[in-house]
Design a protein around this ligand. Sequence first.
Ligand SMILES: CC(C)(COP(=O)(O)OP(=O)(O)OC[C@H]1O[C@@H](n2cnc3c(N)ncnc32)[C@H](O)[C@@H]1OP(=O)(O)O)[C@@H](O)C(=O)NCCC(=O)NCCS
Length: 168
Amino acid sequence: MLLRKPQAADAPLMFSAYAQDPAVTRYLTWRPHADIAETRAVIDRFLAAWEKQEEFCWLLFTNNAGQLLGSIGARTEDGGFNLGFLLARSHWGRGYMPEAITVVVDWAFTQPWVSRVWAACDVENHSSARALEKAGFSREGVLPQFSVHLNISSDPRDCYAYALTRGV
Ligand SMILES: CC(C)(COP(=O)(O)OP(=O)(O)OC[C@H]1O[C@@H](n2cnc3c(N)ncnc32)[C@H](O)[C@@H]1OP(=O)(O)O)[C@@H](O)C(=O)NCCC(=O)NCCS
């Protein structure tokens, strides 16, 4: 698998691979994109956030065919990163995301200020919970009414907190 920073030219590929797919966005905070312009605006935000070191978002590709698999982002917080991730539907269930999470965690812990990498997932998002567990994350508990997942409801939903902390 190859991870690389997004580019403006990736918008059509991202749009068709996953950004417009309601199955992918079901448990996410954003609605499926209506058009490529929306995807392009998101890439612009990714690049601005990268510039400010607020969030690092990578696109995931197969390293042989260069096929776009999905994306993973690490948002900078005090003492660590909060992860968000997704895959195009046709690539679910092949263990790609546990592998990508492991790569990003290994990168995160090369930085001395990082003591914790974590992610929140909707309590009904079993695939995400499993991917985090397979990457070695521990379930720390439930965050009540933590996040609005618009595609399900406008009410904030309970999420699991999963984390990996630096070994001492
Ligand atoms: C969450 C996600 C990234 C998991 O990545 P992945 O590479 O498919 O993860 P894995 O291959 O390790 O599979 C994890 C679990 O997904 C489930 N799963 C497997 N194939 C599946 C499929 N075709 N459809 C739905 N779920 C499936 C299984 O429960 C699996 O657990 P198991 O290996 O113990 O059987 C992927 O499902 C996804 O992109 N979902 C939509 C976006 C999303 O919800 N992101 C997370 C937000 S917190």
